[in-house]
Ligand binder design. Structure first.
Ligand code: R5P
Length: 316
């Protein structure tokens, strides 16, 4: 007999959790997720999960520490209540950029977070556009890694924003080349790469541009837009090198610090992001920012994991 599928959500992204439930035509799990008076995380499952196939939806976005703790406590509650399988779904996986020692005597925090998730009792992880695919190796349990590419492609096809003959897909740094190449292949268009250096945290500078962008419509593709520095520097560089237009498709809208002010000022036509992280009122009011939903993609992956069928076709 197959086990019952149950979904629970943390407080990081309620609208996305609701949409995923709607796609799956399933009621949100009955649970209290909140805080004690002193700020400690408080979780209480209000229904049985014994023998169930549980999915916990939680983007570990800002405030990352709080949302990670909430995910861990939810997993612990489900494990102690005898769930059969617990899949943690992190549409945005915080701390992913700290995946190696960037200098002597610095931590590898992404690995620490992976260890904590396993110690809490996850059976598997489902995530989207991890900063580095090698993060899968930080886990001993299976990791299913989705990409936003199908959702972005669908948007551009529906709204006809792209003429592949005029288009150059641009990676704003060497680390993102694989991602940009995959989209360029999909559109059968040119690829360009920016050589970005980061001498200090949250500050980046463009060094070189590899590829031809003069007279082209450029599409910058990245995993994260955080302070907006990488995106805005890349935009200026492309226009200085003669690009006709610049737009961007970036999966996770972290949008911290000066990001919105920079984006509003930048000569960027459009910034396409997903709903892996909820947008602030200010970001929603920014006309350049367009948000597409990854709820259907994640719901599809959850359904396939539950039915134990392949999800590899979703990677394409
Ligand atoms: C870095 O390698 C990432 O792929 C992003 O380019 C980066 O995190 C964006 O950060 P920011 O918006 O602060 O420049």
């Amino acid at each position: 007999m197959s086990s019952e599928m149950l979904l629970f959500g943390g407080q990081a992204n309620p609208p996305l959790y609701k949409k995923i439930c709607d796609y799956l035509n399933i009621d949100p799990g009955h649970a209290f997720v909140g805080q004690f008076s002193d700020g400690e995380t408080r979780v209480e499952l209000k229904q049985s999960v014994r023998g169930a196939d549980v999915f916990i939806i939680q983007s570990t976005c800002e405030p990352a520490n709080h949302h990670i703790m909430e995910a861990l406590v939810l997993v612990d509650a489900c494990r102690r209540a005898s769930a059969k399988q617990i899949t943690l779904v992190t549409p945005y996986f915080g701390y992913a950029r700290q995946e190696k020692k960037s200098a002597p005597r610095t931590p590898v925090t992404a690995r620490l977070v992976a260890n904590l998730m396993e110690a809490a009792g996850i059976s598997r992880l489902l995530s989207l556009e991890l900063h580095n695919s090698a993060l899968q190796g930080f886990f001993n349990v299976p990791v299913d890694h989705l990409f936003a590419k199908p959702v972005f492609c669908q948007y551009f096809q529906e709204y006809g924003r792209i003429d592949p003959k005029q288009l150059t897909v641009v990676s704003p740094d060497a680390g993102g080349v694989e991602r940009a190449r995959a989209l360029a292949k999909q559109f059968c268009c040119e690829l360009a790469i920016i050589d970005k250096r980061r001498d200090r945290p949250n500050q980046s500078a463009v060094r070189h541009l590899v590829g031809e962008v003069s007279g082209r419509d450029c599409l910058i593709v990245d995993d994260i837009v955080d302070t907006g520095g990488s995106l805005v520097n890349a935009t200026h560089t492309l226009l200085e090198k003669g690009a006709r237009t610049v737009r961007a498709a970036i999966t996770h809208p972290v949008l911290s610090g000066p990001a919105l002010a920079l984006i509003r000022e930048a000569p960027l036509e459009e910034l396409l992001v997903t709903d892996s992280i909820p947008l602030s009122e200010e970001a929603l009011a920014c006309k350049k920012i367009v948000q597409v939903s990854i709820a259907g993609l994640i719901a599809d992956a959850i359904r396939r994991i539950h039915q134990q069928t392949s999800i590899s076709s979703l990677f394409l």
